[in-house]
Design a protein around this ligand. Structure first.
Ligand code: 5GP
Length: 194
């Protein structure tokens, strides 16, 4: 998606450790007009009428998921990072290792909001090694729900998440795929997706 690539080039900051900071429009300040275009594009990429729920993870996926949901006209459920897992059987749980924070979170979704009747589109801001999405997939599978696809804003194509998920037959669509980025020169190369 050209608009997003241009914005990443303009405002993205490459940090050591393969981290792309996009706080100016996505992870801190949010450009809602850009999110709106991203939501529209996600609907174009996933036209299936079967999708009846969007699942994301707090915090950064929520904004994009909500704007996209207006095009899908479905509710958004966000997986919560939890300090303590309540083992009362009322929630699905998994553990997710955070790429940016280098720690493991317990993550939960209430059984009230995900069930076997659901056809789920997973949405997140970044795809790096695939841990966050793998955790969300586990939650969907625990619920007996169907995964209709995975929609990502920015995939770092040089990390293994995208390949891993696609090799399992999942439909993964990323609005921008960073093929390489150089912290010293600031150069960012995107994968041609046309
Ligand atoms: P993964 O679980 O695929 O390794 O990493 C995805 C998660 O880590 C995303 O939910 C995102 O919040 C965070 N993340 C991974 N890489 C980056 C990055 O380069 N920049 C930012 N801002 N977040 C990232």
């Amino acid at each position: 998606m050209q608009l997003l690539e241009e914005r990443i080039r303009r405002d993205g900051v490459i940090k050591p450790g393969n981290v792309l900071k996009v706080d100016g429009f996505l992870n801190h300040q949010m450009d809602v007009e850009l999110f709106n275009e991203m939501g529209k594009e996600l609907k174009r990429l996933f036209p299936s009428e079967k999708i009846n729920k969007i699942l994301t993870i707090e915090a950064s996926g929520i904004g994009i998921a909500c704007i996209a949901a207006q095009y899908f006209q479905v509710p958004v459920v966000f997986a919560k990072k939890s300090q303590s897992i309540n083992l009362d059987g009322e929630q699905y749980t998994t553990r997710i290792e955070s790429f940016t924070h280098k720690r493991v979170y317990d993550v939960i979704v209430s059984k009230k909001y995900l069930g076997k009747e659901d056809h789920v589109l997973i949405i997140d801001d970044f795809l790096a090694n695939g841990c966050a999405v793998a955790g969300l997939i586990e939650l969907v599978r625990s619920a007996g729900a169907q995964i209709e696809g995975v929609g990502i804003a920015i995939e770092k194509g040089f990390q293994k998440g995208g390949e891993l998920l696609r090799s399992k037959g999942l439909r993964v669509e990323s609005l921008a795929i960073v093929e390489s980025m150089n912290a010293e020169t600031g150069e960012i190369v995107f994968r041609n997706q046309e």
